[in-house]
Design a protein around this ligand. Sequence first.
Ligand SMILES: [Zn+2]
Length: 343
Amino acid sequence: MNRSPARRLVAGLAALGILTGVAGAALAATPDPTLPPAWPMDTALAYRWATNAVPPTAMRTAVNKAASDANASRRSRAPSYSYSSSGANGVSYGTSNPCGVNGLACFQRDPVNRYWHLWFRENGHRYDWGTLTWCEMSGSPNGCYQAETITLDEFGHVAGLDHHVNLANDSDYADAVVQTYSHARPLVGWNASAFGRCDVATLQQVYDAPSWTTLYSTCLDIPTTLAFAASTTQVPLSGSVTFTATLHANGTGRLAGNPMAGRIVVLQARSGTTWVDLLTMPAGSAAGTYVATYWPRLAQDYRAVFRKPASEGVRTSSSGAITVSITCSPTRCPLVASEAAQP
Ligand SMILES: [Zn+2]
């Protein structure tokens, strides 16, 4: 893999030494590795500008934008970020930092003691490869680094994401903002303003989704289960049966056993050797349930099916089948007559 000289390490102090075993990369993009421990769910992390290391206006604006970006795109109960003059943690800018020789920015995190800190190198810093230019401070020439995007990378680390492990050809680079090598303008991802789907995937596994209707990242491949019940299996003539399907995600971490609401679950009937869609089951009162009333005309097998939507990283599932038969008295049963063709 060719590393452009313009791509430079964003040092994660706690991340160094972890990125091994990239050989034999998977065929599909994978969720970012984690950087434990996690914060409690829904933790609000307020930051202030560090005394004697206050970032210039353009950098402060970039950091605040990145906070909004992180909050809007995390799709999980991961930490949220906001500026507060009384924030307990600092964001520093300037020559005094622990970012390592190639770092543009770096972080420290200690969720147990509720501590974290970000540092940004000064605009014009001289590396052995050239000069650091922050896009927001320079009119955005090619070769500059977008501070907003770099901050989002750092916020991802603070939340507990380690650097994304890219495919061998880097084709999934845009799937993550939390990257070992940050891209300068105009390389792909240089100005990302939202977490990538594989950043979100790990945030969801570690911090859970904010609601049962939240879609799971397409960087995931979560098995689902569909339970199925009928109010009765013996329906009188012209009577109805109420079917209840219950959809769950069997993901890892916090995504184990989550009810899945707001999805499309279809009631099917067996017809010969195939299954035919009857109707889309409306949402029930309990999260993840789908309830439909149906008037069977003949004894038949029924089941529910959930089909993987393109917008979500979950698998198709179908329930077991339930046979519903029609009960009738001999004098009031429907007449079943076959018309034979005249030979
Ligand atoms: Zn990073």
